[in-house]
Design a protein around this ligand. Structure first.
Ligand SMILES: Cc1cc2nc3c(=O)[nH]c(=O)nc-3n(C[C@H](O)[C@H](O)[C@H](O)COP(=O)(O)OP(=O)(O)OC[C@H]3O[C@@H](n4cnc5c(N)ncnc54)[C@H](O)[C@@H]3O)c2cc1C
Length: 365
């Protein structure tokens, strides 16, 4: 009986436990659903947050890059250059390589043929050569000659070469107006139309007058060189335009009586001259320099009114120091030579101002 009772108890207990467990079962499954809902809601919220974050980041990236593009565009300059001599062309190539210029506009009053025909020689020293190499000038493919690290060429050849380096570039926009003189009306049209910052560079050489058009000072900074000098040039049209290295003669002694002057000098040994013969075989140039002194010889050459004296000095000097194989200068050629009449003081002149800025009509930032 006891056994029966205990088995009954255990039965009841079992049934109770089954009942309890069956009662508990649905309760337990209700908790799990809520948790799952919670997790679902949380993950949905996290998903939303992520989506919003991604959208915000995307918006930020798009806005930032558009802002940068616009800012870069607005931050760029229109570059106007007046004169395509060596200085103007170098400025244009530098501007083109800078990534700052949105467009480059150049005005040159000479035609291309006139530019190419410019006859005098220019010399680039070692520093200028390495600077120009960085800008893309291939000296191995440029007509000229070397003397140590110096390169000599004819200015027309050099300008034509720089012009082609510039025009080979596909960007930025480059407009070269050859045969177009920069005038006040062109200047006004730039001022009127510029929608972004523009700079105007006056590279119009020593005799140019565009600084006044640009509202810049037309003054020069003049540096005396403590030297006197004279210059001569003559042309032999039957000779090639091949540049020659400079011939330099130091401490040249002159006796004016040998050059058609009555003046015999007591202090001839005190004054010595530096002679330079340069140019191409067709276009020959000579310069004569001496220290600034008040010796009788120098004074005589400074005040002389007789143009024949310097002409004779240059003719004689050329015939003494001409290149190997080059023919002598005849008296007829000497007569057609352009030549200083007297020694004048040598000065270096730099423009005080050569760049003008045009402000934007409207400002975005
Ligand atoms: C006879 C001579 C011999 C020389 N010999 C040597 C030498 O042996 N070695 C040496 O290193 N240097 C020499 N030089 C100097 C050398 O030529 C100059 O240093 C050089 O040309 C200066 O270059 P630039 O670009 O400043 O001016 P430039 O070469 O004078 O160029 C200025 C340009 O601006 C143009 N221009 C002017 N006004 C306007 C305008 N309103 N509108 C449009 N275009 C305009 C002109 O047509 C010109 O092409 C010599 C110069 C001369 C005159």
């Amino acid at each position: 009986m006891k056994l029966a009772a205990s088995s009954l108890e255990s039965q009841v207990a079992f049934n109770e436990s089954v009942y309890v467990s069956s009662l508990n079962e649905p309760a337990r499954s209700g908790d799990g659903g809520m948790a799952a809902d919670n997790i679902g809601m949380k993950s949905a919220a996290a998903g939303e947050t992520l989506l919003v974050t991604i959208c915000v980041v995307c918006c930020f990236v798009i806005c930032k890059s558009s802002y940068d593009i616009v800012r870069k565009w607005r931050g760029k300059l229109d570059v106007y250059i007046i004169g395509s001599g060596p200085v103007g062309l170098t400025a244009a190539i530098l501007a083109a390589q800078s990534n700052v210029a949105s467009k480059i506009v150049m005005y040159e009053e000479r035609t291309r043929a006139q530019l190419m025909g410019r006859s005098h020689q220019i010399m680039l020293d070692g520093r200028s050569v390495s600077f120009m190499r960085k800008l893309g000038v291939d000296f191995d493919n440029l007509e000229g000659c070397w003397e140590k690290d110096r390169f000599y060429t004819r200015i027309g050849i050099f300008q034509d070469y720089l012009l082609s380096v510039l025009q080979q570039r596909s960007s930025p926009e480059i407009h070269v107006h050859l045969g177009t003189k920069f005038t006040p009306s062109i200047g006004n049209s730039i001022h009127g139309s510029s929608k972004q910052l523009a700079i105007l560079i006056a590279a119009d050489g020593l005799r140019g007058s565009t600084t006044s058009v640009l509202g810049l000072s037309d003054e020069f900074l003049v540096l005396p060189c403590k030297a006197y000098g004279a210059f001569s040039a003559f042309e032999r049209s039957n000779q090639p335009q091949v540049p020659t290295p400079d011939t330099r003669v130091r401490k040249l002694k002159l006796d004016l009586s040998a050059f058609g002057s009555e003046y015999r000098l007591p202090d001839i040994t005190k004054s010595s001259f530096h002679l330079k013969v340069f140019g191409t075989f067709r276009h020959r140039y000579m310069s004569l320099l001496c220290d600034k002194s008040e010796s009788n010889l120098v004074r005589q050459l400074r005040i002389t009114s007789d143009p024949v004296i310097l002409r004779n000095i240059f003719q004689e000097s050329f015939n003494n120091y001409r290149c190997k194989g080059e023919s002598r200068m005849t008296d007829m050629e000497a007569l057609s030579m352009r030549c200083s009449n007297r020694l004048t003081e040598i000065k270096l002149a730099y423009r005080k101002e050569s760049v003008a800025y045009v402000e934007m009509k409207t400002s975005l930032f």
